[in-house]
Design a protein around this ligand. Structure first.
Ligand SMILES: [Zn+2]
Length: 376
């Protein structure tokens, strides 16, 4: 009953339905969006189509001398099961900057998060036009999350664009990228507490939540940095991924705690159906899928060399993170519309204070961690 194709089909159906709902929620032409999405998902599973597409893209936009085989670049810059498409090291900054317009194994990662930034800005503008931020405190968590998501996607774009310059720059850029991950977690925690929590949980925990969330996010950032500094020179070392995924999963428990109480309350209440929480459930499922594709390096490990330009697990992770961010904001708006978040009392100055505090702690840790990165 739970065969591989059945699970893939179920996950695909769930994600597609979510994209449909998102399209109609944000008034996007859902027909075009759906077909674009269907094509991209099936292209990943249909590896022959993917291989042909990559060959024709390489022929058009990439001469053989533009990119290198994994054996020609430092070990720290290699990715498991990605064989070709690497940019050479020690070129000018302009070379890496303009490489966003050429085809290599990071092009998709750069553009996918740039598109994510544009999507978040459009969603926030849409909310501003529809509801207005100034007079509606229940939308401030969404605004805070939107700013955090833009920071996340911006740091990720810069990291993927510039990290190939040298081993030292690679470490520096990904330590910066982790600040973005930390802010994504902070923004998600703000949403969970100020938009989706129950009245009971809010009254019990709200006065401690932001301070403990900042500490949990900072601790997670420290673990990400330690994992990168200790194991980063060997990208095939499994301890690094385990530590990174483990720290984010432990942090997620604190992020999901307000939501857990909501499921518990629904379970105890007569007449409350879990389907009324579908807008939250889909966010949690998308989180799980993100962790899977980030940590597993699939499908490229099953098809080494066939996903060098398109189809890497990390690219799927980027698409899922964009999708999750937009879905999370929709969940906040749905809870605001239904009056579920009426009991919360977010103060933008407080959210800003803790956001700035987290940035200060992260930058200090980044400057310290940078001393433990390779010199060349
Ligand atoms: Zn990335």
């Amino acid at each position: 009953m739970f065969s591989g194709p059945y699970i893939i089909a179920t996950v695909y159906k769930g994600i597609t339905e979510n994209v449909f709902q998102l399209c109609s929620f944000y008034h996007i032409d859902d027909y075009c969006f759906h077909h674009l999405f269907s094509f991209s998902v099936f292209a990943i599973f249909e590896m022959n189509v993917l291989a042909e597409l990559q060959t024709s893209l390489k022929d058009k936009w990439c001469s053989p001398s533009d990119t290198l085989h994994a054996s020609k670049i430092p070990k720290a810059l290699r990715e498991p099961a990605i064989i070709t498409g690497y940019r050479p090291v020690n070129r000018s900054w302009n070379y890496y900057l303009f490489s966003m317009f050429r085809l290599h194994n990071e092009t998709f990662n750069v553009w996918s998060h740039l598109v994510g930034i544009v999507a978040i800005i459009l969603v926030l503008l849409n909310l501003s036009d529809t509801y207005g931020f100034s007079g509606n405190k229940h939308l401030w968590p969404a605004l805070t999350f939107g700013i955090c998501a833009i920071i996340t996607n911006l740091f990720s774009t810069v990291a993927h664009l510039l990290h190939s310059k040298s081993t030292k720059v690679h470490f520096t850029m990904f330590l910066l990228d982790y600040i973005g991950v930390t802010f994504y977690a902070f923004g998600s925690g703000v949403l969970a507490m100020y938009a989706c929590s129950t009245k009971t949980f809010y009254e019990a925990w709200s006065q401690y939540y932001l301070s403990t969330l900042v500490i949990a996010c900072w601790f997670s950032y420290i673990v990400l940095c330690v994992a990168k500094c200790i194991y980063g020179e060997d990208p095939f070392n499994k301890s690094k991924k385990r530590l990174q995924v483990g720290s984010v999963v432990i942090l997620s428990v604190w992020l999901i705690a307000p939501l857990f109480e909501r499921y518990k309350t629904c379970f105890m209440q007569n007449g409350c159906s879990f389907s009324s929480l579908n807008h939250i459930t889909i966010c949690i499922l998308l989180f799980g899928l993100q962790a899977f594709f980030f940590g597993s390096h699939l499908p490229e490990k099953m098809f080494p060399g066939k996903c060098d330009i398109l189809g890497q697990g990390h690219q799927i992770f980027h698409i899922l993170s964009n999708l999750t961010q937009v879905t999370q904001i929709r969940a906040v708006v749905m809870d605001m519309r239904s009056g579920h978040s009426d009991h919360t009392d977010p103060a933008f100055s407080e959210l800003l204070f803790y956001g700035v505090l987290l940035m200060a702690l992260s930058i200090s840790t980044f400057l310290l961690a940078r001393k433990f990165t390779p010199n060349s």
